[in-house]
Design a binder for this molecule. Sequence first.
Ligand SMILES: [Zn+2]
Length: 239
Amino acid sequence: MQIVSRPSLNYDSRPKTAPIDMLVIHYTDMETAEEALDLLCSPASKVSSHYLISENGHIYRLVEEENRAWHAGVSFWKGRTKLNDYSIGIELANPGHRCGYKDFPQKQIDALIQLSHGIMSRHHIPPYHVVAHSDIAPDRKKDPGEKFPWKILAQHNIGFWPSKKLEVMVPHTIEVFLVQQMLSRIGYHVPMHGMYDPGTKLVIEAFQRHFCPHKVHGIIDPETYRQLVRVADEIDGQE
Ligand SMILES: [Zn+2]
C-alpha cells in the first residue's frame, strides 16, 4: 500500500490523557480530490483529516496519526464529546449530497479497507468504534452518506453491522422514548424527552443512513424499528 505525503498544518496535539480509539469516515463534499486536498491543506480553512483517499484509490497522508487533525468538529458518541481528541479521520473523495453524490468506487473502498486495517491494529480500535461523521454530528453532517457500504465493510471487521437474525415484534404504537433510549445505547446524542421532535428526526436519519441506507426519511417505520432493536441489542454486548 503506497501512501503519498501531502502535509497539512491544520492540526495540533492531542490531550495527553486521550487514547486513540475511534475511526471517523467522511466524504469530501467537493468536485475533485485535488480541490479537497487544497482545502484540507490551506491554513485558512482550519480543517484537515489524517488521510484522504481519491476515487481511484490513491491514499494521501495529511496529518500524522499521533496528532489531532481537525475533522470531526462539534461531535458526540457514547457520552464523549470533542472526538478529534480520540479519533483518526479518513476523507473519501466524493462530491457529496451538495454536488452530485456518487457511489464509492471499488478501488476507493479497497484502499479504505487496507488503510483501516492498519490503523485499527496499530491503535487497537474495535470494529464498533468506526463511525460515520453523520453518526457523531447528526444535526450538521450527512457524510459519508447512505451510499457508503457499511455492511460490506463489516464483513472486513470494520464498523458494526448486526449479524444475528433476531426476530423483532413491532408494536402497534412505537414509543418514541424507547426509540430514543435505543439510539442512545448505540452511541447517538439524542433528546430523551419521549417526543418526536426535529432533533430526534435528524438522529433517526443518521441511523438510517448507516443501518437502513435505502430509506432515509427520519420516520420510525417498522423496518427501521426492527433494525434499531437489532443494532442496540447486539452492540450492547460489545462493550
Ligand atoms: Zn465529514
